[in-house]
Design a protein around this ligand. Structure first.
Ligand SMILES: Cc1ncc(COP(=O)(O)O)c(C=O)c1O
Length: 483
């Protein structure tokens, strides 16, 4: 006779209560039955969810939990709603969410092998799969981290160890600099701070009018750094840039870095997934000549946050980033039958990140994941065409990914302020969720097409709505003199 499970160890009643709620949420998102984003004051959110009562606690059973989850989901930002065009965060697709549940149940903090052999095996398999798109599967290596910011830091630590191996013990030499375009993600500047370079030794590379680094500018800056007696520790390029979705010229940059003997890091957190598509991978031409790159699975591979890969062309470069032992976790003389990933990651304890990608691959295949990237990139081009067809809008470039910048320019006044007001008004209505970006010294609306269920009809509704809101705002200004 099996012994009954204690209530807090038995998944069945909790899952039975929660699953219909989650299913209802999925349907409601698909049917656009609620606001895509709901922005109330945080105090109001806390009160409506009864958080203070929950903190006092002790009362919640499966039924109360289901009721709480219903309220929670009713206030969530709904990525599965086709009107979600906000940030570069994946719309999770099944079966990947199961991996989060399995991890939550097993809690295999797998940075040491013995704390999760299948999770380590899955991570290595996913890394091998990623490396194969770069031709790095023989010599290269990698690690999965909790996010692209940590992945950039990890890659730049490896670059530092390559340029100045003594830095781990002696501290940072005074002549190291990091070169990156202004358009790179802020996590690169943060990494410079954390590494002890300081923002002054993060040199901003010259860019063209669209914010892409230029080979001539890079060549000049590499030369100048040398003349000043400085040692570039790495050059960082975007594939693609967060704000614009545009790609830096990787092939030319790689050639210049090779010639100068400088580490080349590509922040492909967003764009690397285009490598899966034979049609789109051309955009990343030259990426295989990098020394390291970052690839976020939680952006374009349909898995939840966070799941990022740091990939390096030479496997041995990654463990060199962390020249440290942790005897209580890992004794050299007591090595297990699998690798301890702790030697190549910032994290001491890691989630079973590989399982998310593995489940999606198993269910949808590389072709299925590639198709989604192609659909999203195609939808962005469709949106761009529709924007161009409307005289009240301006768009600064043809999208190279699934990110589109545009602005309403159909009237007088402070147009930067107008884009901010329009974005806020859309969110207050809950009908569409856009992000915003500054580019070329002006403010833009930014659509990141993440949901393959979004259609041209949604785009028309969005643009109609922006025009209607703008017109109402202008009327209001005319009437009240306040705008
Ligand atoms: C190009 C790029 N790099 C790095 C990051 C940071 O990634 P994460 O949010 O996973 O830390 C982002 C996030 O949007 C990004 O767009």
């Amino acid at each position: 006779m099996p012994r009954p499970l204690p209530p807090d160890q038995d998944p069945a009643p909790w899952l039975h209560a929660a699953l219909p709620v989650l299913e209802g949420h999925a349907r409601s998102c698909r049917d656009e039955a609620g606001p895509v984003v709901r922005l109330d004051a945080v105090e109001e959110v806390a009160a409506s969810l009864g958080l203070d009562g929950l903190l006092l606690g002790g009362e919640m059973g499966p039924a109360e939990c289901a009721s709480f989850l219903r309220s929670w989901l009713g206030r969530c930002t709904r990525l599965h709603d086709p009107r979600y065009l906000g940030h570069q965060v994946a719309v999770p697709r099944w079966p990947a969410p199961l991996a989060d549940l399995v991890h939550a149940v097993t809690n295999n903090g797998m940075a040491v092998y013995e704390m999760g052999p299948p999770a380590v095996a899955a991570e290595l398999a996913v890394l091998r799969w990623m490396l194969s798109f770069l031709g790095w599967e023989e010599e290269g290596g990698g690690v999965l981290t909790h996010g692209g910011s940590l992945a950039n830091l990890t890659a730049l630590l490896a670059a530092r160890a390559h340029a100045a191996p003594e830095a781990w013990t002696e501290g940072l030499p005074g002549d190291l600099v990091l070169l990156a375009p202004e358009s790179c993600h802020y996590s690169v500047a943060r990494a410079a701070g954390i590494l002890g370079l300081g923002q002054r030794r993060l040199r901003r590379l010259p860019c063209d009018a669209l914010g892409r680094l230029t080979p001539e500018g890079l060549e000049g800056d590499l030369h100048r750094a040398r003349e000043e007696g400085l040692r570039p520790m790495a050059v960082v390029a975007n594939a693609c840039a967060t704000a614009t979705g545009l790609h830096d010229p990787l092939e030319e940059t790689a050639a210049l870095c090779r010639e100068a003997g400088v580490w080349f890091h590509v922040d492909a957190a967003h764009g690397a997934s285009a490598l899966l598509s034979p049609r789109l991978r051309e955009r990343l031409r030259g990426i295989e000549a990098a020394d390291s790159l970052v690839w976020d699975a939680h952006k374009m591979l349909g898995v939840s946050t966070l799941c990022a890969a740091v990939l390096v062309r030479r496997d041995e470069d990654l463990p060199r980033a962390f020249q440290q032992q942790a005897d209580y976790l890992r004794e050299e003389q007591d090595r297990g039958p699998g690798p301890d990933l702790i030697l190549r990651a910032v994290e001491c304890t890691k989630a079973a990140l590989g399982l998310k990608v593995l489940l999606n691959l198993a269910a949808h295949g590389t072709a299925g994941l590639a198709e989604t990237v192609e659909i999203l990139y195609g939808l962005a081009r469709d949106l761009h065409r529709r924007i161009q067809a409307r005289p009240a809008f301006e768009t600064p470039f043809e999208p190279e990914s699934n990110i589109v910048l545009f602005r309403w320019t159909g009237g007088p006044g402070d147009l930067d302020r107008m884009q901010r007001r329009l974005r806020r008004a859309l969110m207050e209505e809950g009908g569409f969720y856009l992000s915003g970006a500054s580019f070329q010294g002006r403010r833009w609306l930014r659509a990141t097409v993440m949901n393959p269920a979004t259609t041209g009809e949604h785009f028309e509704r969005l643009l109609d709505r922006v025009e209607a809101l703008a017109s109402a705002m202008l009327d209001e200004t005319r009437r009240t003199g306040i705008g």
